[in-house]
Design a protein around this ligand. Structure first.
Ligand code: ZN
Length: 300
């Protein structure tokens, strides 16, 4: 199941030179565009963008909480982040906007090898990274398909890196989280894929590229070029390139990456109104938020 669709070979020279050419030409560091990310396959499009453009400064964080704090306080110009977390910040008055997706698909529901089907999770402990995540929505979708709800399982929030070891130790019975931490359980032989995201939610959302409104208002031309270069960087991530970039930024074993990168794609990272509206319906349905921002307010 290789999720990579046809990609276009394209020279990014034009876009990159346009990105470099706006604003001043001082590349000493002060005028670089600071983008926050976590070392996960879901952030490979910004990693690839940084490979292709010297105007991007990636700022690595170890948790979504730290990353969101940097974004919310304007210490970075943007972030590759769980879109529901960014929607919640917007709802709470932080001036940020989503300009593209981080990836398409690329999530799995992992369980211990003893779990045969979703009904076996009744009364068991299941980990998600954050209530505000597509991982929470995907679990809800899986349970809903069996006439169950989130109340039938014990939910715990763990950081992505903790989940494989927690599963191995029997502290949890399953998890859904950004990759490659699902693939890690498969690679270690301690867990299996119960569902992939596309089985539960067609063209599912997860991460987005989010920019601060302050940055966009002060740098309209730079913003436009950044978004174009970013989407092209995503399209350039063919399987070989994705693995090369992942090896450089993620510090994961080859076999973990080989498994994980089959599940994700980085093509066509536009956020359409139809797909965003589907997301907001799920956000409300599964009680992530009562009042998520509208497409018109949040997606630029
Ligand atoms: Zn994601």
């Amino acid at each position: 199941m290789n999720k990579f669709r046809k990609f276009t070979t394209f020279s990014t020279a034009l876009i990159i030179s346009a990105l470099s050419g706006c604003g001043n030409n001082n590349n000493s560091g002060n005028d670089k565009i600071k983008i926050a990310y976590l070392p996960i396959t879901h952030s490979l499009a910004v990693c690839e963008l940084a490979e292709e453009s010297k105007d991007i400064e990636l700022v690595k964080y170890g948790s979504w909480t730290e990353l969101m704090d940097a974004l919310n306080t304007g210490r970075v110009d943007g972030a590759s982040v769980l879109i529901e977390l960014a929607m919640k910040s917007k709802e709470q008055g932080v001036n940020i906007s989503a300009v593209a997706l981080g990836h398409k698909d690329g999530n799995v529901i992992i369980t211990s090898n003893e779990i045969e089907n979703i009904t076996d999770l009744k009364g068991k402990t299941f980990a998600i990274p954050h209530r505000q995540s597509s991982h929470n929505i995907l679990l809800n979708e899986a349970l809903s398909g069996a006439g169950m709800t989130i109340d039938d399982v014990n939910i715990t929030e763990l950081s992505p890196t903790e989940m494989p070891s927690a599963l191995a130790a029997g502290q949890i019975d399953g998890y859904c989280v950004a990759e490659p931490f699902g693939a890690k359980a498969v690679s270690m032989g301690i867990g299996k894929v119960l569902y992939s995201s596309e089985e539960l939610w067609e063209d599912s959302f997860c991460c987005g590229l989010v920019l601060t409104d302050n940055f966009m208002e002060k740098n309209p031309e730079k913003t436009e070029n950044l978004i174009s270069a970013y989407k092209q960087a995503g399209a350039n991530l063919n399987p070989e390139k994705a693995k090369e970039t992942a090896k450089k930024y993620l510090n994961q074993d080859d076999d973990v990456l080989d498994i994980s990168l089959q599940w994700i794609s980085y093509n066509n990272l536009d956020i359409t109104k139809e797909s965003y509206d589907t997301l907001t319906e799920k956000v409300i349905k599964y009680n992530l938020s009562e009042n998520p921002p509208s497409y018109e307010d949040f997606v630029k």
